[in-house]
Design a protein around this ligand. Sequence first.
Ligand code: DGY
Length: 326
Amino acid sequence: MPYIYVTRRIPEEGLKLLKERGWDIYIHEDELPPSREELLRRVQGADAILSLLTDKIDKEVFDAAGENLKIVANYAVGYDNIDIDEATKRGIIVTNTPGVLTDTTADFGWALLMAIARRVVEADQYARSGQWKTWGPMLMLGTDVHGKTLGIIGFGRIGRTVAKRAKGFDMNVLYYDPIKADEETERQLNAKQADLDTLLKESDFIVICAKLTPENRHLLNKEAFKKMKNSAYLINIARGPIVDEEALVWALKNGEIKGAGLDVFEHEPKIHPELIKMDNVVLTPHIGSASEETRGKMAQMAASSIVAVLTGKIPENIVNPEVLKK
Ligand code: DGY
C-alpha cells in the first residue's frame, strides 16, 4: 500500500482525497514544521511527500526516502525549498499549486499597498489606544495611491493580476520581467515593460511578485534602494531573499524610501528587529494566499497530483516536466 507523508495538517478538502483511497498516510499534526531529524525519519519508504515551503527537500531527503518516492507535491506555487535538479535526476515528479492562489495573493499585495500608503495599521493602533482627541487636518496623512506609477517585479500570473487591480486606481504600470507580455495584455493592463533601473527610478509603489531564483537573490540591495524615489514604497508578496533585508532597514532608516509592506522575510519566521520597531512598515506572517477558499483549493490540487501519480496518471502542474522524458 502506498505511503504518503504529509508534513503538516492541510485543509480537509485535500486530505479527504488521499484518505478515501485507503492509503497509509502520516500527517504531521504539530503547528510547527517537523524537525530535520523527524523529516528524514518520516520520509523513509514514502511513495509521495506532500511538502510545505517550510520543508527543505534536498538530496539528503531523497536519499532518506529511498527508491519508492515518485512525487513531491508542494503546497505552494513557489518551490525554491526543493532541489528540483536532484528530483529530476532521480525521476521524481515535483508539482506546485499555481493559479488557484493568484487572485488571493494579488488581493493581499493590494491590502499591504493600501495599508502602508494610508497608514491603516498605525491609525488602527492610534484609534484603539485612546490617543484620538479630535478630527485633525494633519492627522495621519498618508500618500495617495490613485494616479501613481506602480512598478511590478515579476510579471507572471500574480504580477499581472496585481496590475489588473491597478486599473481601478488609474495607475501607470511598469513591469520588470525577462518575458515581454503581448501587446494586447500590455494595452489591457496599461503596462509597459521596463528595465530594472527605470522601474526603480520611476515607480511610486514597487510590488515584488517574482519567484525566487539564484539570479534574483538580493535583487533589491543598497544600490537599488538608492535609485528608488525617497517617497516610494516597497511591497513584497513573493519571497524574502529577493530583498536584502539589511539593506532595506538601511534604506528605511536613511529615508531612501518611505515605507514597506512585507509579507515575506529573508529568514522566516525571523524578522529583522529594526523592522519591528518601525512605524512606516506593515509586517504580516507570509499569509498572501491565506484565505479559506484558496487554502482549500491548494490542498485539493496538491492531493490530486499525488493521486494522479500513484494511480499511474500524469498530474497537472509539474514543475520539472523533463522528468517525464526519463
Ligand atoms: C506560495 O504559494 O508560494 C506562497 O508563498 C504560499 O502560498
